[in-house]
Design a protein around this ligand. Structure first.
Ligand code: FPP
Length: 266
């Protein structure tokens, strides 16, 4: 595990004191989340859908804090997909305003907790005011040594791949790049996530077994945890369950379980 070195050993022991049952040496370094079920959460309470998104922000803040406490290196959250523009205009407007408000309200505490925030996606299509806040927040926290918090906004995995391919093709046409030099590392360096290791664990809430155009390249070897919990209800115990599930897996990356390999060799 690559531990977040913004946290002292003492703080970490304190923060982890009630994570019994978890192997703190086998935590994922990068967690990705598809925060689904906000609308259903609100509906179940007789509330407008939009209230579900506001409650979702609280669940996201709590998850970020938990990841930070545990020394998890990166948290990447799917906040708005390239397909979400198809939602009713008032919901889209609400979400854009919510992103702005949250950024304005939380920037000081993100800064205090040494979080480095980045927004990943095609940001040019976002409202001007939101783009400015995103630039400010990214610049202000760029050198922070705490958790990397990536918010995927107007993000689509397919669009990300097409953009990367286009950038590489343009460089080849200009004669700056030999196509023979394009390998997986070079390709990954053109993705929005450049510089970030791939997620080890993907959590999807609300019981849907889909990737929904999220991190199509980066999730190649991620362990997937699907829970029926709706995102606004996703709390500390849900997160610990996801981590326990992750720790129960044997990650082979296309190879063999080391125990099986040992048996074959001997
Ligand atoms: C999916 O639930 C959720 C979204 C499309 C929005 C998620 C956004 C947040 C939680 C806000 C994050 C804020 C910041 C600043 C990062 P859904 O509406 O599809 O739920 P449903 O499937 O029950 O209808």
């Amino acid at each position: 595990m690559s531990r977040n070195w913004a946290i002292s050993a003492e703080d970490l022991t304190q923060a982890c004191s009630d994570f019994s049952g978890l192997d703190l040496n086998r935590l994922p370094a990068h967690v990705a989340v598809i925060m689904d079920g906000n609308g259903r959460w609100a509906k179940a309470r007789g509330l407008p859908r939009l209230k579900g998104h506001s409650a979702g922000v609280e669940a996201l803040k709590a998850t970020l804090r938990l990841c930070n406490d545990l020394g998890i290196r990166a948290l990447t959250a799917y906040a708005f997909s390239t397909e979400n523009w198809a939602r009713p205009q008032d919901e889209v407007n609400f979400l854009m305003t919510l992103f702005e408000r949250v950024l304005q309200r939380e920037l000081d505490s993100l800064e205090k907790e040494k979080v480095r925030i980045r927004f990943l996606g095609d940001l040019n299509a976002l409202p001007e005011g939101l783009q400015q806040l995103i630039t400010q927040a990214s610049e202000r926290t760029a050198k922070n040594i705490g958790i990397h918090f990536n918010v995927c906004t107007n993000y689509g995995g397919r669009r990300e791949l097409v953009l990367a391919a286009k950038k590489l093709a343009e460089r080849c046409v200009r004669g700056e790049l030999d196509p023979e030099m394009i390998d997986e590392n070079r390709f990954a360096s053109e993705l929005f996530t450049a510089g970030e290791d791939d997620p080890d664990l993907l959590i999807r809430t609300s019981g849907e077994n889909r990737i929904s155009n999220f991190l199509l390249w980066q999730l190649a070897y991620a362990e997937i945890h699907v829970t029926d919990v709706l995102w606004p209800d996703f709390d500390r115990s849900s997160f610990i369950k996801a981590l326990m599930d992750y720790q129960s897996r044997c990650r082979r990356f296309g190879g063999l379980d080391p125990l099986v390999k040992g048996r074959i060799r001997s």
